[in-house]
Write a protein that binds this ligand. Structure first.
Ligand code: ZN
Length: 427
């Protein structure tokens, strides 16, 4: 493949300003970047005028449901959905069936990924066997297969003594921990945030302190063990402030992520018991939402991660309390962040490149994708003047449980390029 993208607006994590230039891609590498490059004789030329060129995104929190829940999603459909959203690498969560808690399951998942995915798939591994919180998972075996992130995501590792033991053990191997923070006894039926909205809807709410207590507990455990702790899908402002406090101390390695839906919605958006606004942790108050946005802009959050959590239409059609938690996210994340925030100048493209491409790769110890000469080709083009309608036909995920279903938003991923292959091409 030989390609010349002309006159694109190139985004970088290092500058709020876009640089206008041409990008020549040859044999899976970025050959040259600069203004008005000569047109090579046999190259395909793409007009990038007005389009944003940026490195491929990386999502450090997805549920691709395989093995065990292939009716919701498979690695094949999940990875194609990711490509639709401009994402060229993901980290799977281990709450599959069986759970990804030992070398055998990791090997199986990576083999399926190798056969069925066009983008690299990484997987996290459980902290405890079957995520049951009782005994340590097969950590060393998973490490040998490249697992870096340990998490019982879906639930908190309830017993702090087991988590501390795991931290002391796995930190020796250079692994790190990712925490889903929630005191189960406080979280109740895990339906929505406790507050005015839960009283109004007449549903028992889950108070924000259920999350905040474990955010603090797990950072404290990491502080004791000398471990690296990554806090997943923070939904509360006080949770963000807790992370900021610990970061400011500077004596524990703590990173954190925020999900697009927590940046864009709050419990007031749930409206008519719409289960497409039901996830865990839940949408909290408008004040929380605003606090998370400020935390992202300030840099308290290292990453944006979607927590892509597909469920079938049947499951989501149940009543609000019975329906499972989670919404899909890989297809809608970038377009919705553009539509809601970048377009209005709330933050710039540099934040997206840093928080949704570079930092998640750094977290995973991977090389950062860059639009620079001699870098491996891993880039996307985004058309800010086009629109995307999230119809079931558009979406490649097996599930369509998103609040953006059938909505038309500004912006469109128009090209995804990875190595020797064009994965998405709307030119
Ligand atoms: Zn979670």
């Amino acid at each position: 493949m030989h390609l010349l993208i002309q006159n694109a607006e190139i985004a970088s994590e290092h500058s709020i300003h876009l640089t206008t230039g041409d990008i020549e891609v040859r044999e899976g590498k970025i050959h040259r970047v600069g203004p008005q490059l000569p047109i090579p004789a046999e190259a395909r030329v793409i007009d990038g005028t007005g389009k944003i060129a940026m490195p491929g995104l990386f999502d450090a929190h997805v549920h691709f449901r395989e093995p065990g829940f292939e009716n919701k999603e498979t690695i094949a459909t999940g990875s194609e959905a990711a490509i639709q959203g401009g994402i060229t690498g993901v980290v799977m969560m281990p709450n599959t069936r069986p759970a990804i808690d030992c070398a055998t399951v990791v090997a199986n998942v990576l083999e399926i990924a190798r056969r069925t995915s066009r983008i690299p798939i990484y997987t996290s591994g459980c902290v405890t066997q079957s995520r049951a919180g009782k005994a340590l998972a097969g950590i060393d075996g998973m490490r040998r297969l490249g697992v870096k992130m340990l998490t019982d995501d879906g639930d908190t590792t309830e017993n702090p003594a087991i988590l501390l033991t795991a931290m002391r053990y796995a930190t020796e191997f250079g692994m790190f921990f990712a925490s889903h923070c929630e005191v189960p006894e406080l979280a109740g039926p895990r339906a929505l945030n406790e507050g005015v909205m839960s009283y109004r809807l007449g549903i028992q709410g889950s108070p924000a302190c259920a999350e905040e207590i474990i955010i603090d507990r797990d950072i404290r455990l990491a502080h004791t063990a000398g471990a690296h702790i990554h806090i997943q899908h923070v939904s509360s402002k006080l949770g963000m402030e807790t992370i900021r406090w610990w970061k400011n101390r500077g004596d524990v390695r703590v990173t954190a992520e925020v999900a697009p839906h927590h940046l864009m919605f709050c419990d007031e958006d749930i409206g008519d018991f719409d289960t497409h606004y039901k996830m865990n942790p839940p949408l909290r108050t408008r004040d929380d939402q605003q606090g998370l946005l400020e935390g992202l802009i300030e840099g308290v959050f290292d990453l944006i991660a979607t927590d892509h959590a597909p469920h079938t239409a049947f499951e989501k059609s149940q009543d609000f309390v019975s329906a499972p938690n989670g919404i899909t996210g890989v297809e809608t994340a970038l377009v919705s962040l553009y539509d809601r925030y970048i377009r209005h100048g709330t933050f710039g493209w540099d934040l997206i490149v840093k928080r949704f491409s570079a930092e998640p790769r750094r977290l995973m110890g991977l090389p950062v994708a860059e639009i620079a000469e001699n870098a491996a080709a891993d880039l996307i083009l985004f058309d800010p003047l086009a629109e995307t309608t999230f119809t079931p036909q558009f979406m490649k995920s097996k599930s369509i449980n998103t609040p953006f279903l059938n909505q038309r938003l500004c912006g469109k991923v128009s090209l995804v390029l990875l190595g020797e292959h064009i994965l998405l091409d709307s030119f």
